[in-house]
Design a protein around this ligand. Structure first.
Ligand code: HEM
Length: 118
């Protein structure tokens, strides 16, 4: 399951960066139905794979779940900044993009070190 989680971690990042690049370079492609469905499928499966890792591991029983709460909180910020990025233009969009990438990097470091901010 960890392998599947990592696949969706990568796919989610690629799909976000690709959508930002396409909206700058070829925005008409984003109106295709696939671009409205596939990113949500990827992100839902990322969440489902993460939740199943929590359920299957002994994180809750061992009390070592603070990093997971941190991770989910930054994930919400990542989602919010991602939506903001896709909906804004110019400097605001790039500020949102930089913030989203920073959140993603922080989620990665929390996931690897199992050390959150809580
Ligand atoms: C952008 C979102 C996410 C990223 C970038 C991410 C990244 C990662 C990475 C790189 C690992 C492997 C860490 C390692 O063992 O060295 C990992 C493990 C894990 N992730 Fe995520 N993850 C994300 C979302 C989630 C969510 C939403 C949850 C749960 C609600 C979750 C729960 C877990 C758990 C429990 C593990 C540890 C599995 C284990 O070692 O038993 N992740 N994540």
């Amino acid at each position: 399951m960890l392998f599947i989680h990592i696949i969706f971690v990568l796919l989610s990042f690629i799909s976000f960066v690709a959508r930002v690049a396409l909206s700058e370079l070829k925005p008409e492609i984003l109106t295709l139905k696939a671009f409205k469905i596939v990113p949500h499928v990827i992100d839902t499966l990322l969440l489902v794979s993460g939740i199943s890792l929590v359920v299957r591991g002994d994180w809750i029983e061992s009390g070592e779940y603070n990093w997971i709460i941190s991770k989910v909180m930054i994930l919400l910020a990542y989602i919010g900044l991602g939506v903001f990025t896709m909906r804004s233009t110019g400097a605001r969009r790039w500020a949102g993009f930089a913030g989203a990438i920073a959140c993603y990097g922080y989620i990665l470091s929390v996931a690897i070190t199992k050390q959150g901010f809580l």
